[in-house]
Unconditional design. Structure first.
Length: 312
């Protein structure tokens, strides 16, 4: 923001820039950033409660109040790695299929320009995920297969929902011919989805939420099913509604924060995480706590991503 203010006025007490984490100066420029945040306020196929189009802005707004120091890592990873926040992508209103195809073209262009930068998409509804997944799959060398690590309450493996194969409830079915799938936290699926999971055993690994409460051995199961190249898609309804009420289709019995962070840190430290998206926040007016939870989740992933730079 300071670059947009006349030099004589730059020392006045302006608000933090409306960038992720409120970063400014070199830490927020495209040239210096190791991470790019892309808001995608797309909402078209939601099936219960709406509001996901407001999610990206709420996440960015909440992120401006996160402490940049991370006690777990004894570091300020945001300013060190640099985070550039792009303007929001407003996709076509010509229908879900056209919007997803437009987003895939946008992602191909963005990934080419981004090079080694980690691109984190902020949704919006979950239907956006097939676009970055397929764009990343296209970029892998021949012989390497992408794995999707899906944190979610729902399987999202329907072949179509409410007449659309491009629904949020069908997004993983759009991807499984091009990528393996590891699902964590699932507790709401159809019998047809369960049959598909059994049919594709070996390329789809599903860890149901009720399996995660006894102990943390599920972390090893999820990790061991991953390939070398991983795309992380995080639907915030993965968390229990007690922690995350602000989502369109909440489901009771969801996992907790710290075991989830253990898996995320391990994946970022040892795998090639090619991209990330975080979707399905539907802000609740007057309750900013869920927005902050999601912003902190994004920052933790940036922090774990930064560990490789820190130790190299």
């Amino acid at each position: 923001m300071s670059e947009q203010i006349p030099a004589a006025l730059r020392d006045l007490p302006w608000e933090l820039p409306r960038n992720f984490l409120g970063l400014e100066g070199d830490a927020a420029t495209w040239q210096n950033a190791g991470v790019v945040v892309l808001p995608i306020p797309y909402e078209s196929t939601v099936s219960y409660q709406g509001g996901t189009k407001l999610g990206p802005d709420a996440i960015i707004q909440a992120s401006r109040f996160i402490e940049l120091y991370d006690q777990e890592l004894d570091d300020e990873p945001g300013p060190r790695v640099g985070v550039h926040t792009l303007p929001a992508l407003h996709l076509t209103s010509a229908g879900p299929e056209a919007a997803v195809k437009e987003l895939r073209e946008c992602m191909a262009t963005l990934l080419e320009a981004a090079g080694d930068k980690l691109v984190i998409g902020l949704g919006g509804e979950h239907s956006i995920t097939s676009a970055p997944v397929l764009a990343h799959a296209d970029r892998l060398p021949e012989g390497r297969r992408l794995t999707i690590l899906q944190f979610d309450a729902h399987g999202d493996l329907r072949l179509e929902y409410e007449g659309s194969a491009y629904s949020h409830a069908a997004v993983m079915a759009q991807c499984i011919d091009r990528a393996n799938l590891v699902q964590v936290g699932i507790r709401a699926i159809t019998s047809e989805e369960r049959a598909l999971i059994r049919e594709r055993e070996g390329s789809i690994t599903t860890i149901f939420a009720d399996e995660m409460w006894e102990d943390n051995t599920w972390i090893d199961r999820a990790y061991d099913a991953l390939g070398d190249d991983v795309f992380i898609t995080f639907d915030v309804d993965y968390f229990d509604p007690a922690l995350m009420p602000a989502t369109g289709t909440p489901e009771p019995g969801g996992p907790d924060w710290y075991p989830t962070m253990k898996l995320l840190r391990r994946v970022f430290e040892t795998k090639n995480v090619v991209g990330v998206d975080v979707v399905e926040l539907a802000p609740i007016g007057g309750n900013a706590a869920p927005d902050f939870v999601v912003a902190k989740l994004v920052y933790k992933m940036i922090a774990y991503h930064s560990l490789k730079q820190r130790t190299s």
